[in-house]
Every structure is written in C-alpha cells, then in structure tokens.
Design a binder for this molecule. Sequence first.
Ligand SMILES: *[C@@H]1O[C@H](CO)[C@@H](O)[C@H](O)[C@H]1NC(C)=O
Ligand SMILES: *[C@@H]1O[C@H](CO)[C@@H](O)[C@H](O)[C@H]1NC(C)=O
Ligand SMILES: *[C@@H]1O[C@H](CO)[C@@H](O)[C@H](O)[C@H]1NC(C)=O
Ligand SMILES: *[C@@H]1O[C@H](CO)[C@@H](O)[C@H](O)[C@H]1NC(C)=O
Ligand SMILES: *[C@@H]1O[C@H](CO)[C@@H](O)[C@H](O)[C@H]1NC(C)=O
Length: 557
Amino acid sequence: MLDGMKSRWASSIALALLTAYVSCLECNVAAFEAALETLELEGFSSSSVVYASTIPPGGSSFDPSPEYPINATYLPELCAVKFNVKSSETTSYNLAILLPGRERWNGRLMTTGNGGFGGGINYPDMGEYTHYGFVSVSTDTGHLSDIGDSSWALNNPESIVDWSYRALHGSVALAKQIVPAYYSNNKTAASLVKFSYYTGCATGGRQGLRSLQLYPNDFDGVLVGDAAWQTTNLQSWSTWMPLQNYPPNASYHIPESLFNSVTARITSLCDSQDGIIDSIIQDSAGCSIDYAFLLCSCPTRKQTACLTKPQLATLRKMLSPYTINDEIVFPGLPLGSDPSLLASESNPIGYGYFQNFLYNDTSYNFTLYTDDDYIAAAAGDPGHATAKDFDITSFKESGGKILMYHGYADPLIPAGSSIQYVTSTLSTMGIDESQLSSFLRLFLIPGMGHCVSNAPTQPGAPWYIAAASQIAGIAGRLTGVNNITHSVPGYMDARHDSVMALVKWVEEGVPPDELVATKFVNDTAPVVESQRTVCPWPKVARYTGGGLEAAHNWVCD
Ligand SMILES: *[C@@H]1O[C@H](CO)[C@@H](O)[C@H](O)[C@H]1NC(C)=O
Ligand SMILES: *[C@@H]1O[C@H](CO)[C@@H](O)[C@H](O)[C@H]1NC(C)=O
Ligand SMILES: *[C@@H]1O[C@H](CO)[C@@H](O)[C@H](O)[C@H]1NC(C)=O
Ligand SMILES: *[C@@H]1O[C@H](CO)[C@@H](O)[C@H](O)[C@H]1NC(C)=O
Ligand SMILES: *[C@@H]1O[C@H](CO)[C@@H](O)[C@H](O)[C@H]1NC(C)=O
C-alpha cells in the first residue's frame, strides 16, 4: 500500500510544481479557459468550458438532463464548472465539477456514476457528496438520454466507447489537473488531491469496476452497488426473461399481479428459515422451498397465489440460471426477488442493446431473441463495456479498495451477478477469500431492491447505507427536504455510512467487518424504524436475541 501511495503522492507533487505558479482561480469561464490553456492539460487541448458559476449557500444546480431531471438543492456554497471534451472526430462528452470553498474542501475527489443507458450529469449525487467536503465530479458519458434509451448508440461506436469507459476516465483525469489549480494558494501542498473516490450503482457499478480494471490509478477506493458489470450477459438475460413469459395468452404465461402474490408467498416460505419471522429473507441462497407448495392443487377452492404446472415451469426458469449448453449465461433471480418487472413486458434495457449496440437494426425485438444473440453479444462486446478483466493486481497493489453491495431482492440485476464477480476475481487472481477481503468486500443487503429501497414484499427491510442515488430515497426525491442533505442522519459514521466506511478503509487501513443498514419510517429521514447489521459475503447476519430492530442484536458469522 505504501509504495502505491508514494507513487500517487509523487505524481501529485509533480503536478503541484507544474501548477504552482497559478494562483487560485476565480469561478468564471475565462479563468477556467485560461487554466485549460496555461496548464496545457495533457489530452485536453480541444476541450472548452461550457459554464462556470458560483452557487450561493442553500442554492441549487440548474442543469437538469433526461437522466437526472431534478436539480440538487440546499447545496453548500460552490463553484460549478462544466467542460466539454472532444473524444473522437465525431464525439465529445461533458463533465461537471462542483468545488466547495477552500476551507470546506476535504482534499478528496468523489466521482459519481450513471444508470442504465442514461446520459446526464449526476447533480443529485454530486450535490450530496459536496456536503461531506468532497469535490464532486460527474460526466454525461457523451450523450443525453434517460436510462432506458439507447438510441444514441445506433451506428455510433465512438459514443459507445464514451459510455463504456472513456468519458469517465477523461473526466477524472481533467478533474485531477484542474482541481489543484483551482485551490492552489501560494505554492502550498493544501491544493493537492489527496485521495480519489468513486460511487455508482447499476451501470454506475459497472463504470466503477471497468475503470479500476483499465485505469488502476484513477481511484483509491470505489463503492459499487448492484453492478451491471456483465453487459453482454445481463442485456441478453434481460431480453430472454420476457420471452419466457410470452405470449400473454400462452398457458405458461404468468400475469404481473400473480408474480407479485407468488413472490409474497415465496417470501413467507423462506422467511422463517432464518429463525425469525419478520418478512425479511436474511439468506436467499440458504432457503430451500418445495415448489409444489405453489401449485394450484385444488381448482375448485379459490386459491390466490397459486400456479398451474406450465406456469410453475416459467417461474422456475426465472429463479434459475439462464444456461446455454450447461454454461451459465446469467444467474437467476434469488428467492424473494419479484420477476414481474422484467417478465411482464419487453425491456428496452434488453432489446435496445441488440438494436443499437450490436446490430444497428431498430426492427429487432425481444421475440426474435435466441441463444445466438447472446453468443454474438459475447463475441462483440461493443465498446468493451463488460467489466471482465478480473485480474486487478495493479489496483490492489497501489492500495485500492472495492466496497461492493447488492440488494438481495434486486429484481433487475440478480445479486448472484455480484457473487459471480467476486468468485471470478478469486479464481482469476488465484487467491483465497481472506486475501480477497484485504481489498474487495461484497455486502448483500437482505430485502433491498435495485440500488434504493426495500422490495415491496419485504417491507421492513433496512436498506439505507448512504450509497449512490440513495439520498433521494430518504429525502423525498429532492436532496435537502427536511434539511436532510447527506450521510445517515443521526449516524454519520463509518459503521452506517458506506462512503465513510470506504474512506476509513483506504486512508486508515481499517476494513469494514460489518455495516449497519437503516430503515427510516416512511423511508423519510430522520426517524429510524429499524437497523440491521449486514455482513461481507459469504457471512450472513444472525439474530442473537433482543429487539429485532436493533443492529447490535445481529452478528456476522
Ligand atoms: C432546475 O433548474 C432549472 C434552471 O434553473 C429550471 O429551469 C428547472 O425548472 C429546474 N427543474 C426542477 C425539476 O426544479
Ligand atoms: C454499426 O454501425 C457502425 C457505424 O456505422 C459500424 O462501425 C458497425 O460495424 C455496425 N455494426 C454492425 C453489426 O453492422
Ligand atoms: C394466442 O393468440 C394468437 C394471436 O391472437 C393466436 O394466433 C394463438 O393461437 C393464441 N394461442 C393460444 C394458445 O391461445
Ligand atoms: C417482433 O418482430 C417481428 C419481426 O419483425 C414481428 O413479426 C413481431 O410482430 C414483433 N413483435 C412484437 C411484439 O413487436
Ligand atoms: C408516515 O406516514 C403516515 C401516513 O402518511 C403518517 O401518518 C405518519 O405521520 C408518517 N410518519 C412519519 C414519522 O413521517
């Protein structure tokens, strides 16, 4: 770790010498334009400043996008600067940096990620992280669209590369050069970027993992949720899923409402197997159910939440891995995850990939999907988006840490996909679990859905760990409602706040042996309903007696 840190400091110091003659920058376009030129920023000769403006204390961001249609509110005093960077003959991307006042800056960068196929600068997350004192950074990944819209990728391989990794890397590189210039003050070391972090969920998780594989020096620590890291496989599975339930008049079709009630029934079958009946499945992988319980055994009696034999076969396909010739393409949904979101109608996150990334053919739809489409996707992997370069020795040796988490009831990306990432890393690097835990830990959060919130069938599940995009979930969509701006209100420490846990791991060498997830009453901070210890995989939190709602009554083993 020390060696890695030394080389990072060395390059930071070299940069400081380069920038030492620039006194701190004013927050205006001319000053940043001049900095771009004066610094002769490597690789950014054709970049430009889109705006630079001061946001007053309590102010808002003002640049919403299809991906992030809300503004960050209740911000601390900031300089908001946006750059446009040319990435190829035909493409460019935008990035924004939010710079808190010099006294407020904690010396660290926090870069945030995106979601789905979306394009937009993630001001809501950026705003949250400035409250900790971070300089925050985000890119629109080279296009503007909402999360389900991949039409920008059609016939556009350069934009796919921007989305895959290029825009994020370039944004971090530019930020690492411009931030010291902004803060430099009479040649002191106070303006150096001491540590660089990343948080993101879903596509944001993929971006974080891909980045440390390709550019192991961009970040010292990454917080990666519900990672969509297996682009080729995830997009194939997301296309395959609705096809298993198609057409709606087939005998094997399961309507959406029946999925919901069957999931509730499975949840109650699994719930007691952890010893506690609380509508939370602590360990989906440890649950076994007799699927025959789900069959409509008595057609004359009115049974809710029961399936015919052909319907049961459909359900079992969705709760089992999707395989081709016994090879796993993608893990199935864990028991307690509701398949209805993916299985009820065709999903643009699936077929859109084949239309726009792979085939340049907008007439493609999910009904045409065959195993050959997966094979073509795996062979092509447009933009090399898939984060499958598991040997991350360089990142590890420079002291980098990866804190992963996954909602155990995530209905869009099965938690098994994060477990696959961990096991593939183990086997590729030829290391054991204890060696892995020195730089990578995965926390499965029981009952949590996709990135935010709990599954509807597991209503009490504590899920909040102050990770990417979660703050909006406890502050009523708009950061700052009820004066809630960041972290875990009432518990701003490394046990409850995953960002602080990552910082402590990177900077003090203290790994998170457990985290505490929080459920707020009505999912609105600050009144806490319950908290629960969550554990690094493969450990599971076990109840030790006392109040179910108190985290200290759950231990990792
Ligand atoms: C965000 O800010 C912009 C610019 O001030 C404004 O036009 C827009 O209405 C705001 N959006 C929301 C959702 O408040
Ligand atoms: C899609 O279009 C791009 C740009 O025209 C081209 O480079 C790529 O090869 C095309 N892909 C296929 C499968 O046709
Ligand atoms: C389902 O509907 C289609 C189109 O209306 C029809 O052709 C087909 O025979 C129906 N299948 C069944 C099993 O009823
Ligand atoms: C899918 O595409 C096929 C071939 O173009 C077409 O026949 C079919 O109607 C389409 N199905 C849906 C559900 O769009
Ligand atoms: C939770 O929501 C209910 C129903 O809207 C409301 O009566 C109650 O006051 C809320 N509790 C808190 C702590 O916000």
